[in-house]
Design a protein around this ligand. Sequence first.
Ligand SMILES: Nc1nc2c(ncn2[C@@H]2O[C@H](COP(=O)(O)OP(=O)(O)OP(=O)(O)O)[C@@H](O)[C@H]2O)c(=O)[nH]1
Ligand SMILES: [Mg+2]
Ligand SMILES: [Zn+2]
Length: 288
Amino acid sequence: MTTGRVIKNYNGFYYVDVGEPQLVECRRRGKIKEKILVGDELEIQLLGDDKGVIEQVLPRRTMLRRPAIANIDQLFVIMAAQSPDPSQFLMDKMLMTCEYGGIHPSLCINKCDLNRPRAEELKAFYETCGYAVYLVSARENCGIDTLRALLPGKVTAFAGPSGVGKSSLLSQLLHRDDLSVGAVSAKIRRGRHTTRHSEIMKVEDHTYVVDTPGFSALDFDHLEARDILALLPDMAPYGGRCRFSSCLHRTEPGCLVKEAVQEGKIQPERYETYCKIVDSIQERKRYV
Ligand SMILES: Nc1nc2c(ncn2[C@@H]2O[C@H](COP(=O)(O)OP(=O)(O)OP(=O)(O)O)[C@@H](O)[C@H]2O)c(=O)[nH]1
Ligand SMILES: [Mg+2]
Ligand SMILES: [Zn+2]
């Protein structure tokens, strides 16, 4: 039996890296019922050098849903300092989506060449929230070496809205110019979808990167209001000790979360994000 990692999934075949230059094209056995994701670690039975059958999916350490990728070690949420203009609510939701998948993300602000002051502002804000923040410009090849130094030995995903420069950054990181980079339409100032498949790229042994197209924020409406605080690492420590154990930190008296906001220990913008999401969940509940 051989173990390997799914690099891509195409036409019902799974292409598995077993540590050899050639990927092994695998089919799944009928007895395997679970969905097999890019990033999954498998046990396979080799049939010759480059074909195989999947015998077992090994337990997952982490899992993102959209796009579905398993076993990521670190994830950078990429946003642009400008074009597309960053919304903090969207950024918060993306960061929370990663926490929900079991990954504490870092933040990477690209296109710093377009708006350095805004990038610095975001860096200061999100560092206070407990995220590592990196300022880069793929265009000016600035800050790239610092990112590259964080990759060895890990599976790293780059996620973020369309047009923020994920593929551009990866090309710089890997010294490759064959990754699809789309033009931002000058008229609507939004990126065109260019990257369509999740594919793990091998940088060297044990080091992989993933360009994740279509990464979008979770629909938090399907979660319970009481589960939201845990997705905000700067706020979570204040939960669980309010006067009411069922406290949702909105209008209840004796709330330590609100107290922390008043004392400046939690930034009001983050509390606002929390409130918006909890309120939309409550709103939904009112109608079911
Ligand atoms: N000014 C500036 N433009 C950049 C930078 N990085 C990327 N761009 C441009 O932004 C546009 C989108 O870049 P992509 O790398 O295709 O973005 P993406 O995030 O991969 O987009 P999708 O694949 O659609 O999700 C391209 O026109 C790039 O040339 C940067 O650092 N500065
Ligand atoms: Mg892309
Ligand atoms: Zn409370």
